[in-house]
Design a protein around this ligand. Structure first.
Ligand code: A2P
Length: 329
């Protein structure tokens, strides 16, 4: 397995298992299968509502000798309703209890979006806190205290723009170890990738396969179909591998970490093997040309009438995310 080195020298396996959407009791079996296959990096979050199942699988794997705790890199994420400084360590301790761990390897602020304490799913604008009411810098300092207390080894952020990361560093002097964002050949995020690289912030690609199993409410009409891309298919055919493997090999080759989700043992094994696939420079160039800034996880779900969050202020992009290619293609 290839690794990405964090700024402090700790290493994170470049390919991990994503656990978003491992629901309905399949998480335990899937995570255990992943450990058997060789995965040592597991990406979790409180909001996925499966951390107890993940914890049961990790404990079984450790107790049955599949791996040791120190071989594992376990990430989890602080949910939006726990941004208040006093809520951060208790939230992390709850996650640790569910995961049956005494520390995390990485704890992330899941979104730059704050909600009232104890309101995990906002329904009206009043359920949100603005970033003036719950400044990200205060949440971030409370995250750092969790490192100091030994509850987690590294802290990072997710879904943060370069602008928000810059403010966080300026206001606190603490550089995130990692930024986890959506990324795949149709959303390469080159500027953000380069910004992170320049600041020694590891870049983790979530939804590296386009997250086709998102809930219907998170889907748009006429979404571009990554798996049907002829360029990716041609490259896959040339190596006798799958399109999914090409997408993951592309991510790892460019220096990203990728966390594909699968509940299927064969696909998990295929995805894991992709880290070893060497793509040629020509393949990398051909894939680079596929970028169309298409977000499958577009953030519109944070836009509620009269609420403080919009797609524009979420991503700090001048124009809302749009597909630059004709939707008919
Ligand atoms: P499944 O869980 O049945 O394998 P993402 O990681 O971008 O969120 O994408 C997850 C989606 O991609 C799921 O629908 C998952 O289905 C599917 N998937 C995962 N690995 C592969 C693969 N190797 N080939 C095809 N589809 C895959």
């Amino acid at each position: 397995m290839q690794y990405v080195e964090l700024a402090n020298g700790q290493k994170i396996p470049a390919l991990g298992l994503g656990t978003w959407k491992l629901n309905d009791g399949v998480a335990r079996e899937a995570v255990y299968a992943a450990l058997e296959i060789g995965y040592r990096h597991i990406d979790c979050a409180w909001i996925y509502e499966n951390e107890s199942d993940v914890g049961a699988a990790l404990t079984a794997g450790i107790n049955e000798g599949l791996c040791q705790r120190d071989d594992l890199f376990v990430t989890s994420k602080l949910w939006n309703d726990r941004h208040r400084a006093a809520d951060v360590a208790p939230a992390l301790k709850g996650t640790l209890a569910d995961l049956q761990l005494d520390h995390l390897d990485l704890y992330l602020i899941h979104w730059p979006v704050a909600q009232q304490s104890g309101v995990p799913r906002p329904e009206t604008a009043a359920d949100f806190l603005t970033l003036d009411q719950a400044p990200l810098a205060e949440t971030w300092q409370a995250m750092q205290q969790c490192v100091d207390a030994g509850l987690c080894r590294n802290i990072g952020i997710s879904n943060f723009s370069a602008q928000k990361i810059t403010s966080l560093i300026e206001e606190t002097g603490i550089t995130p170890a990692c930024n986890q964002v959506e990324s795949h050949p149709y959303l390469q995020q080159n500027e953000l990738f380069e910004f992170c690289t320049a600041h020694r912030i590891a870049f983790t690609a979530y939804s590296p396969l386009g997250s086709g199993d998102r809930p219907d409410g998170m889907k748009q009409e006429n979404e571009p179909a990554l798996f049907a891309d002829p360029v990716l298919q041609k490259i896959a055919d040339s190596y006798s591998v799958t399109v999914a493997q090409v997408m993951l090999a592309w991510a790892v080759t460019r220096g990203s970490i990728a966390i594909p989700k699968s509940a299927n043992r064969q696909r998990m094994a295929d995805n894991f093997a992709a880290a070893a696939l060497q793509l040629s420079d020509d393949d990398m160039t051909a894939i680079a040309a596929l970028d169309r800034h298409h977000r499958y996880v577009d953030g519109t779900f944070w836009e509620l009438p009269d609420g403080p969050y919009t797609v524009a202020n979420l991503w700090d992009e001048e124009k809302p995310a749009v597909d630059h290619v004709d939707s008919g293609s």
